[in-house]
Ligand binder design. Structure first.
Ligand code: FAD
Ligand code: UDP
Length: 371
């Protein structure tokens, strides 16, 4: 049935969530308008081509998932390469493999077998008396012992989050595998890779044929935008949507310093983490290695964690108890809405990776359209 409004869906945010929703709605014959306050689509997975290299403008993005359907879904829009993330950690000039595996244990203690490594870690854990880990520090210590915590986790974590590891939720460190094999793959997932030609290929294919207006902030003209469509899909900050009535949610921000270097290969790896507290950035990304590039120049990006203020980009939700409780109040309001769908890292206030965003968007599509 034709509606009276100009569009069926106004989609606020041209990131991955908004793009998947737009694609699925269009496929079902719906007319969508996407708005985004940035000057480009793609949200945080946007790439800019510099010197022939796809530069991940908002930090390194590696696609990984265990879900075959999600893998097939993204591959139906763009082909993925065989990139496997194997970051290296630099602690005071010493290099260690990540995630924590037999290579790391050998580099730290010269242990050569899983049995020796387990004994070493267990002897460190036995010195502590942590029963139920209640924060990131306790979780890390009881998982991997003191040496790794001190050299590879504490400094990185505290600069990344701008607070003590004792004030952070334990789940964050569980993102990293610990394994007793010589395997430097940062992820355990079955499927992994980078879109050949960059992430814009994926997001542009998703929103093909959908009207997009850039440099357009929903909150600058909220009533007008809302009046244009029957339904709204909102992927911005949920606390802002509800005028901060239960208080502000907290976020962590980042600053990126991009440099073009006149050399072919700067660090020999896409990702090098700097795990000591004293170095102000957390990682240096050398983008060409995501796509096995052979260009004569290279582009590197230093990633500096930063306090979030309303003028800055809210890159990470801070899912501690206090913020989760505030979010719960907003979610209660959101659940009562009939014409508004909230989705994505900001509107669901969740530390979601790309595959989880796609999973969430496809689920919301299914719940909304019924198939
Ligand atoms: P976003 O990409 O943030 O899109 C939201 C869009 O909404 C933005 O474009 C924004 O401009 C727009 N918007 C917000 N408010 C308004 C408004 N008021 N009006 C108009 N537009 C608005 N995931 C992985 O799977 N692998 C990785 O390796 C990985 N690495 C990451 C590294 C970093 C540094 C970061 C920050 C994230 C990383 N992620 C990674 C997560 C990934 O970026 C997210 O899961 C995904 O991009 C979130 O998509 P989204 O659509 O929810 O949000
Ligand atoms: N982390 C760490 N040392 C590292 C890499 C990660 O202590 O060298 C911790 C840190 O707390 C970080 C978390 O593990 O926030 C998750 O790391 P991940 O690489 O998944 O972070 P993201 O890419 O999402 O920023």
């Amino acid at each position: 049935m034709k509606t009276e409004k100009e569009y069926d869906y106004l989609i606020v945010g041209a990131g991955l969530f908004g793009s998947v929703f737009a694609h699925e709605a269009k496929k079902r014959g719906k007319k969508c308008l996407i708005i985004d306050r940035r000057s480009h689509s793609g949200g945080n997975i946007y790439c800019e081509n510099i010197e022939g290299i796809n530069v991940h403008k908002y930090g390194a993005h590696i696609f990984h998932t265990n879900d075959k359907e999600i893998w097939e879904y993204v591959n139906s829009f763009v082909e993925f390469n065989r990139y496997t993330n194997t970051p290296v950690a630099n602690y005071k000039g010493e290099l260690y493999n990540l995630p924590f595996n037999m290579n790391t244990f050998y580099q730290l203690w010269k242990v050569k077998t899983p049995k020796e490594a387990k004994e070493k870690i267990q002897s460190q854990i036995d010195q502590l008396s942590i029963k139920e880990p209640s924060n990131l520090e306790e979780q890390a210590l009881s998982l991997i012992g003191t040496d790794i915590y001190e050299k590879l986790i504490k400094g990185y974590t505290e600069k990344q989050w701008g607070r003590s590891a004792t004030e952070l939720p334990a789940f964050i460190i569980k993102r990293l595998p610990v394994r007793f094999t010589f395997d430097n793959n940062y992820f355990n997932d079955k499927y992994q890779g980078i879109p050949i030609g960059g992430y814009n290929k994926l997001t542009e294919a998703l929103i093909e044929g959908v009207e997009v207006r850039l440099n357009t902030d929903f909150f600058e003209n909220r009533e007008e935008w809302e009046s244009k469509a029957e339904n709204v899909v909102f992927t911005g900050k949920i606390d802002q949507y509800y005028d901060f009535q239960f208080g502000q949610l907290e976020y962590r921000s980042l600053e990126f310093e991009h440099d073009v270097l006149d050399e072919e290969n700067h660090q020999g790896n896409a990702v090098v983490n700097y795990t000591e507290r004293e170095i102000p950035y957390t990682r240096i990304i050398e983008h060409k290695h995501f796509e096995f590039g052979t260009q004569p120049k290279t582009v590197v990006t230093k990633e500096y964690p930063a306090d979030w203020t309303p003028e800055k980009e809210p890159y990470y939700p801070i899912n501690d108890n206090k913020n989760n409780e505030t979010y719960r109040q907003y979610k209660e309001l959101a659940d009562k809405e009939e014409k508004i769908i909230f989705g994505g890292r900001l509107a669901e206030y969740k530390y979601y990776d790309m595959h989880q965003i796609i999973g969430s968007a496809l689920k919301k599509v299914k719940d909304h359209f019924g198939a």
